[in-house]
Write a protein that binds this ligand. Structure first.
Ligand code: UDX
Length: 468
């Protein structure tokens, strides 16, 4: 008989916990779900009657929240009570890279995972299934089990815990679509009853053929491996983009040609300013740390190169811009179009815009940044320089609410994010109001060179043989 789940608690109301629980609540009206977080403001934002104030922007999320909130989905700071009532607890807390101490810059800081496990150990009652949703280093489930066992021993109570790994593969911007129609659902664990209980939830909307069962460690490692492989594809095509520029080839044509080979496939072959986002770099650094821990230095060096190429690509773009503008950008106005790490999200974590803008600021540039979703405060936090602040030996940046102001009298426009609206901009007008000779640096190849042919501005597109 399948162990029926009636109450779920999810610890962590972030990019993974929020949308994932919203979709489970939507598809399983028979299950009551509480998403808890220690961050009071975040919970208040999830509970805001104005749906435009939700802490995360994801197409379709507001509609689901509207349907499910106050029905079978609740957001709360009452962690103790929610854990005590739950049959199943998802751990979706953040797992940042350590900034200090052993493994700084590589290892994951498991402080929030450990804190969650301790709370579960203390407050849970009866049989409770713990599901790891956060991306975690291999064998974290062991740590969680150890904590649960020791808390249990101290309390001498009759609690019973089962730990499963169920990594989330959603991408930002398409989270709801990915959750409603995933390529696969991966469940790692040993306790068949617990695995079936979790599978039963997914079967409410996902075909059984998409559910893959593995052991705990394979499941944990699969998530890191998937992200490492995806990032590696981007570094591979970005490495080729430099060779294309040098040889007269076109990286988009090369990508199309190789993508038609079914073994390679056409997805994730878009050259650009390098991967950003909260996962890729963090997960590869973690993989590198784990490999070194097991003495697999050749393997860790291999993955390190994927990150190195990514950093190099960003410096390569900055250097190309400076060289094109007669070797100096000092006190020159440059319009920056796009600051988020990819289109359709306001997330700026690890965005390539940060490195490129920092390089240009260090060369004294006067940046005018426009992004349809990113706020001035976010940019300030990422660049660590205040809006309009003029530091010694450094340029300054200004936040622009419209793209025309960012372009007026500028020597160059740098397109860093592939926002759709940029394609529809009036490039004729932009070109006319810039200072000659002007440049457009299209690091995402979103513009059609034919449309810009008659304009007086120079166009450089990443990975193509542009005139210098
Ligand atoms: C990624 C994984 O795709 C997802 O499965 C995992 O759960 C979390 O990490 P996300 O960070 O939301 O998702 O973004 P994704 O769409 O994968 O893009 C990552 C970065 O790669 C972006 O900066 C994007 O611009 C870049 N990218 C992606 C390219 O430069 N070229 C491509 O072809 C694809």
């Amino acid at each position: 008989m399948i162990y029926k789940i009636r109450k779920i608690c999810c610890i962590g109301a972030g990019y993974v916990g929020g949308p994932t629980m919203a979709v489970i609540a939507d598809k399983c009206p028979q299950i009551d779900i509480t998403v808890v977080d220690i961050n009071k403001e975040r919970i208040e934002a999830w509970n805001d009657s104005d749906l435009s104030k939700l802490p995360i922007y994801e197409p379709g999320l507001d509609e689901i929240i509207k349907r499910c909130r106050n029905r079978n989905l609740e957001f709360s700071t009452n962690i103790k009570e929610s854990i005590a009532k739950a049959d199943m607890i998802f751990i979706s807390v953040n797992t940042p890279t350590k900034k200090k101490g052993f493994g700084a810059g590589q290892a994951v800081d498991l402080k929030w995972v450990e804190a969650s496990a301790r709370q579960v150990g203390e407050y849970a009652r009866g049989k409770t299934i713990i599901v790891e949703k956060s991306t975690l280093p291999v064998r974290t489930a062991e740590t969680i089990k150890n904590i649960l066992q020791s808390v249990n021993k101290n309390n001498k109570s009759s609690k019973y815990f089962s730990v499963l790994s169920n990594p989330e593969f959603l991408s930002e911007g398409t989270a709801i679509k990915d959750l409603e129609n995933p390529d696969r659902v991966l469940i790692g664990g040993e306790d068949i009853e617990a695995i079936e209980a979790l599978e039963e939830i997914y079967l409410n909307w996902i075909d059984k053929s998409k559910v893959l069962r593995t052991n705990l460690w394979s499941s944990e490692l699969s998530k890191l491996t998937a992200n490492a492989f995806l990032a590696q594809r981007i570094s591979s095509i970005n490495a080729m983009s430099a060779l294309c520029e040098a040889t007269g080839a076109n990286v988009n044509e090369v990508a199309e040609a190789i993508g038609l080979d079914k073994r390679i496939g056409k997805n994730f072959l878009k050259a650009g300013p390098g991967f950003g986002g909260s996962c890729f770099k963090k997960d590869i650094m973690n993989l590198i740390y784990i490999c070194n821990l097991y003495g697999l230095h050749e393997v860790s060096n291999y993955w390190q190169k994927v990150v190195d190429i990514n950093n190099w690509q960003q410096h390569r773009i900055s250097s190309k811009i400076i060289r094109s503008l007669f070797g100096t950008v000092n006190e020159k106005k440059l319009g920056i179009y796009g600051f988020s790490f990819k289109a359709n999200t306001n997330d700026t974590r690890e965005s390539p815009a940060i490195q490129i803008c920092t390089d240009l600021l260090e060369e004294g540039a006067n940046l005018h940044i426009y992004d349809p979703k990113v706020t001035s405060i976010q940019i300030q936090n990422e660049l660590k320089i205040k809006h309009s602040e003029n530091l010694d030996y450094c340029g300054k940046w200004t936040y622009e609410k419209n793209y025309i102001d960012a372009a007026k009298d500028a020597d160059a426009i740098v397109i860093i994010t592939e926002w759709d609206e940029f394609k529809r901009f009036n490039w004729h007008e932009i070109s006319n109001i810039m200072r000659s000779p002007s440049w457009i640096f299209d690091t995402r190849c979103i513009l059609d060179p034919k449309d810009l042919e008659k304009l007086s501005t120079n166009l450089w597109q990443l990975g193509t043989s542009n005139k210098d």
